[in-house]
Ligand binder design. Structure first.
Ligand code: G3H
Ligand code: ZN
Length: 293
């Protein structure tokens, strides 16, 4: 792992490269150090860039951002692939400031639960703060539901409003509601592909798909072809991780060494990340999946 320049990548650079290739950037959530290791191992295997993102909820779980954040930054710096370390779904401006201080390259400030005017005002403030410090910002317009565990595919972001929002706030990327929902454990969601294409045509910054765990592979490819440039996946990889842990513990009641089940779980996540990054990179090509269903 030695010999690398220890610098992290910029989100906008990777999004621009994905756009040129007609593919999308994979963004995966870090809950424990094993996840960060797995995501980078998967990216190395795929030879692709990756976004390691830590959500405000994960910070709450750990009780602090610094320990998991600094570990993730160290893992991201110690690899030859391009890595962005990103704060995900943050509603607290103090936590944004802490991430900036620690060296995160970008943050997602999520004021999507607020009114349009309040979302614009809060997001613009965060953009001004972050850009002054060389940090990039993703925001959300139109609430992607499901964080309460209930599949809520109904919300839609309006293209004209999204374009206006991007211009008014100066954000670098925009998460939009197009039919996905957070925390699905079945991959069965269908997206509003026409809406994605309309948003892609109207909005001047790259689009982000949240709640992609519930979206099947072929539908993710269609979403990328319609213009999605950052694909956020968390629950699906947790499922891969936990399936391995569950089966190893069930198979051996005498097993106590945490490394004996977390290690194989980490390996399984790395494999799946490599596969997903390959899917996203190739999404722009002329594979068997066409733009329409
Ligand atoms: O911000 C993170 C993603 O939107 C993850 O959602 O757990 O449904 O894949 P997911
Ligand atoms: Zn999300």
């Amino acid at each position: 792992m030695g010999g690398h320049d220890m610098t992290l990548a910029r989100l906008t650079d990777l999004l621009a490269a994905a756009d040129r290739a007609g593919g999308a950037l994979g963004a995966f959530n870090v809950f424990s150090i094993e996840h960060a290791e797995a995501l980078v191992a998967g990216a190395e295997k795929a030879g692709a860039p990756v976004v390691l993102q830590i959500s405000q909820n994960a910070v709450r779980y750990h009780g602090a951002l610094a320990p998991i954040g600094l570990a993730t930054l160290a893992i991201g710096r110690a690899t030859g692939v391009e890595v962005v370390v990103h704060l995900d779904h943050c509603t607290q401006e103090e936590l944004v400031a802490e991430a900036v201080e620690l060296g995160f390259g970008s943050v997602m400030f999520d004021a999507s639960a607020l009114s349009y005017a309040d979302n614009v005002a809060a997001t613009a403030r965060v953009v001004q703060y972050c850009h002054a410090r060389g940090v990039e910002v993703e925001a959300e317009l139109g609430e992607v539901g499901g964080k309460d565990g209930v599949h809520a595919p109904g919300a839609r972001t309006r293209p004209t409003e999204a374009a206006e929002f991007a211009t008014a706030t100066g954000v670098d990327a925009l998460a939009v509601a197009v039919g996905s929902s957070h925390a699905m454990t079945e991959r069965s969601a269908l997206l509003d592909l026409d809406r994605i294409a309309d948003l892609h045509a109207a909005v001047p910054v790259p689009l982000v798909l949240h709640g992609s765990s519930g979206v099947p592979d072929e539908e993710i490819v269609r979403a990328v072809r319609a213009g999605m440039r950052k694909i956020n996946i968390a629950t699906h990889l947790n499922k891969v991780f936990t399936d391995v842990v569950r089966s190893l513990l069930a198979a051996d009641p005498a097993l106590v060494d945490t490394r004996k089940y977390l290690g194989p779980a980490r390996d399984a996540v790395a494999e799946e990340v490599a596969r997903l990054l390959g899917l996203l990179a190739g999404a722009g090509g002329n594979g068997p999946v066409t733009g329409s269903r």
